[in-house]
Structures are given as C-alpha cells and as structure tokens.
Design a protein around this ligand. Structure first.
Ligand code: HEM
Length: 162
C-alpha cells in the first residue's frame, strides 16, 4: 500500500464532515440554552448547524459545498447584517464553540487547536464588524482557506517546538 506523506488538511485532521456536524450540533444546542446568545439565535432554523458545518468544512480544506450550494462567503456575511452583535456576544460564541470542541474529544493537539482558534478569531470578528449598521457585503469575497499557519502542520519529531 502506498502511504501519502503529504500534510493533511485541517478538515481531514479534525475528522471530516461527521466531526464538524457533531461539533455544530453540540455547539448550537448550548447556544440555544445560553442566556446571552439564546435570544440572538432565537430565529435560527434546524438546518443552521449543518450549514455552518458545511461552511467550516470548506474553510478547512474540505469540499466546496457551501460555495456551490449556499452562496459562499458573501452569503455567510449577509446572514450577519444588522444583527448588532457585540464583543461580549462574540466571546461567548467562541467560548461555547471551544467548550463543545473540547468536551467532544476532537483532536486537541497544539498545532490543530491553534489553527482552529486562529480562524475562529478572524471569522467571528468579521461577523461582528459586518453586523453593525452601515456594513455592506463584498459580493466577490473569496472563501477563506485556512491552513496550519506557523506550526506548518501536525507534530513530527524535529519540528520547531518538538
Ligand atoms: C467564524 C465565525 C462565524 C461563522 C463561520 C458563521 C457562520 C454563519 C453561517 C454559515 C450562518 C448562516 C446559517 C444558515 O444558513 O442557516 C450564520 C448565521 C448567523 N450567525 Fe454566524 N458565523 C460566525 C460568527 C458568528 C458570531 C460570533 C455570532 C454572534 C455572536 C453569529 C451570529 C449569527 C446569527 C445571529 C446568524 C443568523 C441566525 C438566524 O438565521 O436567525 N455568527 N453564521
């Protein structure tokens, strides 16, 4: 059997779409029950966790299904327009997502965790900015593609930090 030595995508490392669906189902269960975020998400539909899983899958190097079927990055941004999200709401969103990720036992290695947090910090700050009055959607915005960043991929002997 031929063994590929190439660096896996973040998507594959996490466990693909099944892992992302488990993560978003648990996360939005907690969001609904949260006193700060519950009211913000009161209107979300049952497909919301699956759509966010598809979005994250594409960002992390998985299939481009959110772009093909749900309008890509501009559509995601459009969902946040005029929601008037605050920094405390954003921090709670991050905390609940990271709590869910930890409690589900998803890959917790420093390389993966730092890449995940890097994207979530970036994406959530964009969501808040685009939720304020006067924000407009960049209709040709490309889908972000996140990689391993400065850690350059999963741990292996001889790498910096090892
Ligand atoms: C990386 C960060 C984020 C991503 C990738 C993301 C992604 C998405 C996506 C894909 C949707 C549309 C879901 C659908 O089609 O049903 C959505 C909607 C929404 N998001 Fe986000 N989001 C992010 C951050 C946030 C944050 C930080 C908040 C609030 C603190 C937030 C609040 C909302 C709300 C209120 C909606 C609309 C819910 C509704 O349908 O009523 N998002 N988001």
């Amino acid at each position: 059997m031929e063994v590929s030595m190439s660096t896996p995508t973040l998507y594959d490392w996490l466990g693909g779409i099944d892992a992302l669906n488990r993560l978003t189902q648990e996360f939005y269960r907690r969001v609904r029950a949260d006193e700060l975020l519950g009211p913000v998400f009161a209107g979300m539909n049952d497909e919301h966790p699956r759509h966010v899983a598809l979005f994250l899958a594409e960002v992390m190097g998985g299939p481009a299904l959110y772009s093909q079927e749900h309008g890509g990055h501009p559509a995601m941004i459009r969902h946040h327009l005029n929601k008037h999200l605050s920094e405390p709401m954003r921090r709670r969103w991050i905390n609940l997502l990271m709590d869910s990720y930890t409690d589900l036992g998803l890959p917790a290695d420093p390389e993966f965790a730092s890449s995940l947090v890097g994207y979530l910090e970036w994406g959530s700050r964009l969501a808040v900015m685009n939720s304020q009055s006067g924000a407009t959607v960049w209709e040709n915005a490309p889908m972000p593609r996140w990689g391993w960043g400065e850690t350059k991929g999963p741990y292996s002997p001889g790498k910096p930090g090892s």
